[in-house]
Design a protein. Structure first.
Length: 162
Protein backbone atom coordinates (compact mmCIF):
# COMPACT_ATOMS: atom_id res chain seq x y z
CA UNK A 1 0.00 0.00 0.00
CA UNK A 2 1.34 3.41 -0.96
CA UNK A 3 0.89 6.16 1.62
CA UNK A 4 0.52 9.82 0.67
CA UNK A 5 1.95 12.15 3.30
CA UNK A 6 1.15 15.85 3.54
CA UNK A 7 1.44 18.48 6.24
CA UNK A 8 1.18 22.11 7.21
CA UNK A 9 -1.60 23.28 4.88
CA UNK A 10 -2.46 26.21 7.19
CA UNK A 11 -5.89 26.61 5.58
CA UNK A 12 -4.63 26.54 1.98
CA UNK A 13 -7.31 24.30 0.45
CA UNK A 14 -6.27 24.84 -3.18
CA UNK A 15 -2.67 23.84 -2.48
CA UNK A 16 -3.94 20.84 -0.52
CA UNK A 17 -6.16 19.89 -3.49
CA UNK A 18 -3.12 19.90 -5.79
CA UNK A 19 -1.12 17.84 -3.30
CA UNK A 20 -3.90 15.26 -2.94
CA UNK A 21 -4.20 14.99 -6.74
CA UNK A 22 -0.43 14.49 -7.11
CA UNK A 23 -0.37 11.85 -4.37
CA UNK A 24 -3.33 9.97 -5.82
CA UNK A 25 -1.81 10.17 -9.32
CA UNK A 26 1.26 8.38 -7.96
CA UNK A 27 -0.94 5.63 -6.51
CA UNK A 28 -1.36 6.66 -2.87
CA UNK A 29 -4.16 4.59 -1.34
CA UNK A 30 -4.06 6.16 2.13
CA UNK A 31 -3.49 9.83 2.93
CA UNK A 32 -2.00 11.03 6.20
CA UNK A 33 -2.20 14.76 6.96
CA UNK A 34 0.28 15.55 9.71
CA UNK A 35 -1.31 18.68 11.14
CA UNK A 36 -1.61 22.44 10.90
CA UNK A 37 -4.71 21.86 8.81
CA UNK A 38 -6.14 25.28 9.56
CA UNK A 39 -9.80 24.93 8.67
CA UNK A 40 -12.58 22.72 7.34
CA UNK A 41 -11.84 23.51 3.68
CA UNK A 42 -8.58 21.56 3.95
CA UNK A 43 -10.43 18.61 5.48
CA UNK A 44 -12.89 18.80 2.56
CA UNK A 45 -9.99 18.04 0.19
CA UNK A 46 -9.40 14.74 2.05
CA UNK A 47 -12.98 13.45 1.80
CA UNK A 48 -13.24 10.14 -0.06
CA UNK A 49 -9.50 9.51 -0.04
CA UNK A 50 -9.12 7.09 2.91
CA UNK A 51 -7.56 9.84 5.03
CA UNK A 52 -6.35 10.15 8.60
CA UNK A 53 -5.30 13.34 10.34
CA UNK A 54 -3.59 14.67 13.41
CA UNK A 55 -3.59 18.29 14.50
CA UNK A 56 -0.74 20.74 14.91
CA UNK A 57 0.21 23.68 17.06
CA UNK A 58 -1.68 26.09 14.74
CA UNK A 59 -4.95 24.15 14.77
CA UNK A 60 -6.76 26.34 17.27
CA UNK A 61 -10.17 24.61 17.28
CA UNK A 62 -9.24 20.95 17.63
CA UNK A 63 -12.66 20.00 19.04
CA UNK A 64 -14.52 21.66 16.16
CA UNK A 65 -12.18 20.29 13.48
CA UNK A 66 -12.47 16.82 15.02
CA UNK A 67 -16.28 16.94 14.92
CA UNK A 68 -16.21 18.11 11.32
CA UNK A 69 -13.64 15.52 10.18
CA UNK A 70 -15.51 12.66 11.82
CA UNK A 71 -18.82 13.86 10.31
CA UNK A 72 -17.34 13.72 6.79
CA UNK A 73 -15.54 10.39 7.23
CA UNK A 74 -11.96 11.54 7.82
CA UNK A 75 -10.34 9.59 10.68
CA UNK A 76 -8.83 11.65 13.49
CA UNK A 77 -5.87 10.00 15.23
CA UNK A 78 -4.72 13.01 17.27
CA UNK A 79 -2.18 13.47 18.80
CA UNK A 80 -0.37 10.27 17.74
CA UNK A 81 -1.66 7.81 15.19
CA UNK A 82 -0.34 4.33 14.56
CA UNK A 83 -1.00 1.78 11.88
CA UNK A 84 0.42 -1.42 10.47
CA UNK A 85 0.96 -1.75 6.73
CA UNK A 86 2.09 -5.21 5.74
CA UNK A 87 4.73 -6.03 8.30
CA UNK A 88 5.75 -2.41 8.95
CA UNK A 89 4.61 -0.31 11.89
CA UNK A 90 4.10 3.42 11.37
CA UNK A 91 3.45 6.27 13.77
CA UNK A 92 2.39 9.77 12.74
CA UNK A 93 2.11 13.02 14.64
CA UNK A 94 2.56 16.72 13.98
CA UNK A 95 5.94 16.87 15.69
CA UNK A 96 5.49 19.70 18.17
CA UNK A 97 4.68 17.40 21.11
CA UNK A 98 7.99 15.85 22.10
CA UNK A 99 6.31 13.20 24.25
CA UNK A 100 4.51 11.85 21.15
CA UNK A 101 7.78 11.74 19.20
CA UNK A 102 9.57 10.02 22.08
CA UNK A 103 6.71 7.54 22.55
CA UNK A 104 6.84 6.58 18.88
CA UNK A 105 10.62 6.21 18.84
CA UNK A 106 10.67 4.16 22.04
CA UNK A 107 7.81 2.03 20.72
CA UNK A 108 10.02 0.56 18.03
CA UNK A 109 8.06 1.70 14.98
CA UNK A 110 9.63 1.29 11.57
CA UNK A 111 8.56 4.76 10.41
CA UNK A 112 7.79 7.98 12.27
CA UNK A 113 6.05 10.58 10.10
CA UNK A 114 5.83 14.18 11.28
CA UNK A 115 5.38 17.73 10.03
CA UNK A 116 5.81 21.01 11.94
CA UNK A 117 9.25 22.14 10.72
CA UNK A 118 8.17 22.95 7.14
CA UNK A 119 11.32 21.16 5.91
CA UNK A 120 11.66 17.78 4.25
CA UNK A 121 13.38 15.12 6.31
CA UNK A 122 14.44 11.53 5.73
CA UNK A 123 16.81 10.11 8.31
CA UNK A 124 17.32 7.18 10.63
CA UNK A 125 17.09 7.52 14.40
CA UNK A 126 18.10 4.15 15.75
CA UNK A 127 16.01 1.61 13.86
CA UNK A 128 13.27 4.13 12.98
CA UNK A 129 13.12 6.02 9.70
CA UNK A 130 11.93 9.56 10.43
CA UNK A 131 10.17 11.33 7.56
CA UNK A 132 8.79 14.84 7.16
CA UNK A 133 7.04 15.53 3.82
CA UNK A 134 7.75 19.25 4.04
CA UNK A 135 4.94 21.80 3.97
CA UNK A 136 2.18 23.20 1.79
CA UNK A 137 2.61 26.73 3.16
CA UNK A 138 5.48 28.94 4.39
CA UNK A 139 8.21 26.90 2.71
CA UNK A 140 10.63 27.63 -0.10
CA UNK A 141 9.17 24.64 -1.96
CA UNK A 142 5.71 23.18 -1.31
CA UNK A 143 6.10 19.41 -0.99
CA UNK A 144 4.33 16.19 -0.08
CA UNK A 145 5.63 12.62 -0.18
CA UNK A 146 4.69 9.07 -1.16
CA UNK A 147 5.94 6.19 0.97
CA UNK A 148 5.90 2.50 0.11
CA UNK A 149 6.46 0.92 3.53
CA UNK A 150 7.05 -2.56 2.09
CA UNK A 151 10.01 -1.50 -0.06
CA UNK A 152 10.96 1.55 2.05
CA UNK A 153 10.76 3.68 -1.09
CA UNK A 154 10.12 7.40 -0.52
CA UNK A 155 9.43 10.07 -3.14
CA UNK A 156 9.15 13.77 -2.37
CA UNK A 157 6.77 15.58 -4.72
CA UNK A 158 6.88 19.28 -5.42
CA UNK A 159 3.42 20.85 -5.39
CA UNK A 160 2.97 24.04 -7.39
CA UNK A 161 1.96 27.25 -5.67
CA UNK A 162 -1.44 28.86 -6.20
Amino acid sequence: MLIGILSDSHGRAETTRRAVAALRQRGAELLLHLGDIGDERVIDELIGHNARIVFGNCDWDIAGLTRYAEAVGVIVAHPLGTLVVGERRLAFTHGHLTDCVEQALSGGVDFLLHGHTHETRDEMIGATRVINPGALFRASRYTAAVLDPDSSTLEFIEVGRS
